[in-house]
Design a protein around this ligand. Structure first.
Ligand code: ASP
Length: 423
């Protein structure tokens, strides 16, 4: 086991929060659709430049994500020591992920049914946004289940890393870890040492990147605020609010899980993960946040590394409760906007589809909405309807990614508790 530690500033969360606040403030001053201190061209140009530290920061994190996933999973699997432990934890984890994803989708459906945000949208807004926004051109392929299974297999590792197919990389790393377990120690030591070095090296890069974090967040949020039209937010405010209420409610469920199942103080838990949440919010990427999530799990929550190094990389890739909630809520909202009536059975089918869709959604910014386009076309909503929610997607992406990452940390505490009970 490595004793990798990451030295970060204890007040980092506060600095990041200040960066976020200042970024929003400056963005509002410059945004062409709010105070508009400068002309639109200058504002957009400025936004691009001010986001530069953020681009470098995200680049550094993206640079290490693949080696970190491989090293963490290999070390996690080998640290567990036996395949029996792995099978049991893996099985429990999959069941846990499916149950929480269902709860999350259920909350999304309930909130949209209760608020019915479609009733607050004006016809002129619908016409204007559909005409002026391009629907995502890249709609996910409709593949059969055997084809999907085939796509899970990392037949070509170079291709998997080129396309940043995290699920394939996770599966490949599991294979490596399991192979290590089945070979005599003297034959695997060299690779295990290499993985320990890889993990230490990645943590060093994160440590450097963290120094940039407050400036990065400031710039990224400022740029986004400049770009987002405030009339767009006003137009779909009720829909945004519904999704946000749903995400908050799911976070409430997490806290209940943390206190009842993981037997931890929920307030302490919230305090321990706030850095990571702010980070996920600012980057909109579970994958880019993963190194940090891992660190939070081990150092702030004291999770056994053999659990965290297994749960976090897998969770960051397939456990997306925020995305699932959002996809179900957005699909229902657009259905009622376009007069597509869904029976209770169809809503249930939609929930099932969303579980699969959220698992398949890559952990990077803005892809949840592309996967949503596929769900929409399967239930008869015109895909260009997505134009209506595209304008505010980035904000919701930030919120749902925060929940996605929190969900991975909750899952680690639960698995840690279950494993320690057995021990
Ligand atoms: N940005 C999300 C994530 O990385 C995925 C999504 O678009 O919903 O978790």
């Amino acid at each position: 086991m490595t004793n990798t530690t990451l030295h970060t500033d204890r007040n980092l969360w506060l600095k990041i929060l200040i960066g976020m606040g200042l970024g929003i403030g400056l963005g509002l001053l410059l945004s062409p659709t709010s105070i508009a201190l400068v002309d639109e061209y200058t504002a957009l140009e400025f936004g691009e430049w001010v986001a530069l530290p953020g681009i470098v920061f995200l680049g550094l994190l993206k640079m290490i994500v693949i080696p970190l996933i491989i090293c963490s999973i290999v070390l996690g699997v080998t640290a567990s020591g036996d395949l029996g432990f792995l099978k049991k934890t893996g099985f429990q984890l999959v069941i846990y992920f499916i149950i929480t994803t269902f709860i999350s989708i259920f909350i999304g459906v309930m909130v949209v049914q209760a608020i019915n945000p479609a009733q607050y949208i004006s016809n002129s807004f619908i016409e204007q946004t559909i005409a002026s926004t391009d629907a995502p051109s890249e709609i996910f392929d409709k593949l059969s289940i055997p084809q999907r299974v085939e796509n899970l297999l990392p037949v070509n590792f170079t291709e998997a890393s080129l396309e940043r197919n995290m699920l394939q990389i996770v599966i490949f790393s599991f294979f490596l870890g399991i192979i290590m377990l089945t070979l005599p120690k003297n034959r695997t030591k060299i690779f295990s040492d290499l993985c320990e070095f890889g993990q230490d090296a990645c943590m060093k890069v994160i440590e450097w990147a963290m120094k940039l974090a407050p400036y990065a967040v400031f710039g990224l949020i400022c740029n986004i605020t400049i770009q987002i039209g405030f009339d767009t937010i006003a137009g779909v405010g009720a829909y945004m609010l519904s999704v946000m209420i749903g995400l908050l409610a799911m976070f409430g469920v997490y806290l209940i899980i943390v206190s009842i199942i993981a037997k931890r103080n929920p307030f302490e838990f919230m305090r321990s993960i706030r850095n990571t949440q702010i980070f996920a919010f600012s980057t909109s990427s579970s994958a880019a946040t993963m190194p940090f999530t891992l660190k939070t799990a081990e150092e702030n929550l004291g999770i056994d590394p053999k659990i965290s190094r297994f749960v976090i990389p897998v969770g960051a890739t397939i456990n997306m409760d925020g995305t699932a909630l959002y996809q179900a809520a957005a699909a229902l909202f657009l259905c009622s906007l376009f007069g597509v009536d869904l029976s209770a059975g169809e809503i249930f089918l939609l929930m099932l589809t969303t579980v699969g869709a959220s698992i398949g959604t890559p952990a990077t910014p803005g892809v949840g909405i592309i996967v949503l386009a596929t769900i929409l076309s399967s239930i008869g909503v015109p895909p260009e309807g997505i134009g209506i929610i595209l304008g505010v997607d980035r904000i919701l992406d930030m919120c749902r990614t925060t929940l996605n990452v929190s969900g991975d940390l909750v899952a680690s505490t639960v698995m840690d508790r279950l494993a320690s009970k057995k021990a």
